[in-house]
Design a protein around this ligand. Structure first.
Ligand SMILES: *Cc1c(COP(=O)(O)O)cnc(C)c1O
Length: 498
């Protein structure tokens, strides 16, 4: 498989190059250039998640040898990285309702699935391209991504990772997760101000040609672990197939029968992987795109108008608080039959005017497969409480948005088939929302998030994930707090460049 850009100006590349570059030189995103060949769905390997991963990844990574593939998969998905043997367990709530838990990795959120394997893709790609430079992954984070990237890249040879986070802009747990990070090649630093201040400075560093030359000279090249990298999207296709196989194994489904997948969506990466799974032969009925109050995506899917010019809300599902969903560009490219010209026009309108409208035929294609609605914070909390009462199952606020939107979909009397909700975080990762939903929240005034986790575990009887339960015993390793303008000198100092 080779890759080219959604904007049509970049030449075709092998997977290793596309993964190393991340973003295409014309500003577009890398997508498969050759026809996708559906897998024979009844013929997928019966064995482990790792066996399935090999089958799914192989055609997409044609320039990786079998040994490369096996070692990347083994390094990413093993008993030390994921606390469940099947990596992504499927929980049955009823015959028609299943939860795919994507949060059994080191940071208890779904980004681990991609970020545990991406560093090994990069490491393998570096070897293939005879790059001797050390790669420096630079990330500004407002929460989940930073910790997940740190865990993925720690101690991977040939790579360093430096994460900047806003001192007051992340939750108590997210901050603790980052400042206790272990690893010989990691840097973590708090920055005064809000997320925008940090991110602006990181973007400036990436665009600084003089700095790039200086780093090059010293043997470093900068890169990002951004969610638009094809190497982050690709591993997400695997669990859609894993869920389907598990449904058949549990006798909840006959081979060939269709299912709905419900996806709590932000940057459109997770749900786009579901689209590719369907193109690869998976019997999908609907992909249900669940948004929170920042409902730019549900408006788009229902009207064909993408309008980012609106108020931004901080919701209880912060990882979905996004107004520009980058990966949507890939979907539009696919459903317009790879029409790079049209995509370039729309993306230009989005940058310049903050909005674009797709044509009628494109909207029709979109709504054949996708359905979308949103849930506000009150609905999110009610859904957590109701689901706990009805099924004795505890949802985190992101997954609760998914459940609420599925109920709205089913309420329309649509055709009935089993549904799988993709659960994107452990409820213990967002304890204050969960506690607000379940208990009289005044009881918890002044209680720290770490204490809340313990109380939640005690009162629900649900085991607290090990990595969160032991967070308060981890020594603090990264205490530095700097001003945004000090980020340049901090970077150079960390890399010992003068
Ligand atoms: C990142 C994230 C999402 C959104 O996923 P996208 O691929 O960006 O759509 C949803 N829930 C959680 C917990 C996340 O961390």
């Amino acid at each position: 498989m080779r890759y080219y850009s959604t904007r049509g100006e970049a030449e075709k590349m092998k997977a290793a190059q596309a993964i190393l570059k991340g973003l295409a030189p014309d500003g577009g995103l890398f997508v498969p250039a050759d026809r996708l060949k559906p897998y024979a769905t009844n013929n997928l390997p019966e064995g482990s998640y790792q066996d399935l991963a090999k089958t799914v990844l192989k055609p997409f990574l044609a320039d990786f040898s079998d040994a490369d593939l096996e070692s990347t998969i083994h390094n990413a998905y093993n008993i030390h990285t994921f606390d469940h043997q099947t990596v992504t367990p499927l929980i049955k709530l009823s015959d028609q309702l299943h939860i795919l838990e994507l949060w059994h990795g080191p940071t208890c959120a779904f980004k681990d699935i991609a970020l545990q394997i991406l560093p090994h893709f990069i490491n393998t790609a570096l070897a293939k391209n005879n790059k001797n430079n050390e790669v420096v992954i630079l990330t500004a984070t407002s929460g989940d991504t930073g910790k997940s990237a740190l865990e993925g890249f720690r101690d991977v040879p040939g790579i360093r990772i430096i994460v900047y986070f806003p001192e007051k802009g992340v939750s108590e747990i997210q901050k603790l997760q980052m400042i206790t990070q272990e690893g010989r090649n990691v840097g973590v630093c708090a920055v005064k101000g809000n997320f925008d201040d940090t991110q602006k400075r990181v973007k400036q560093i990436f665009n600084d040609q003089e700095l790039a030359a200086q780093l090059q000279e010293a043997g470093y090249s900068l890169s990002s672990a951004n969610s638009i990298n094809w190497g982050r999207l690709l591993p997400q296709i695997i669990y859609y197939f894993a869920a389907y196989q598990e449904l058949i194994r549990q006798n909840s489904l006959q081979p060939g029968q269709k299912v709905n997948f419900v996806v709590p969506t932000g940057n459109f990466g997770n749900i786009l992987a579901g689209y590719y799974a369907r193109q690869l032969g998976l019997p999908v009925n609907r992909l249900i795109c669940a948004a929170n109050r920042n409902n730019v995506l549900s408006d788009f899917i229902n009207s064909g108008i993408y309008d980012s010019r609106r108020q931004f809300y901080n919701s209880l599902s912060p990882s979905m608080d996004i107004l520009v969903s980058s990966n949507l560009e890939r979907l539009l490219f696919e459903i317009t039959g790879h029409d790079a010209k049209r995509i370039s026009v729309w993306m230009k309108q989005l940058t310049e005017a903050g909005q674009y409208q797709v044509d009628h035929a494109t909207l029709e294609k979109l709504t054949e497969l996708f359905w979308s609605d949103y849930a506000d914070d009150d609905e999110t909390l009610t859904t957590i409480a109701d689901t706990y009462q009805d099924f004795n199952y505890l949802l985190d606020p992101h997954t609760a948005v998914g459940k609420n939107v599925l109920d709205k979909y089913l309420g329309q009397g649509k055709e009935q088939c089993p549904s799988v909700i993709l659960s994107t975080a452990s409820p213990f990762k967002f304890p204050s929302s969960t506690i607000r939903a379940l208990f009289n929240s005044e009881r918890f005034n002044g209680v720290t998030e770490l204490e809340m986790i313990k109380i939640m575990g005690r009162e629900t009887g649900i085991p607290v994930p090990h990595n969160l339960a032991t967070l308060d015993q981890m020594p603090i390793r990264h205490q530095k707090v700097i001003k945004p303008k000090e980020m340049y000198s901090h970077l150079l100092q960390t890399l010992a460049v003068k």
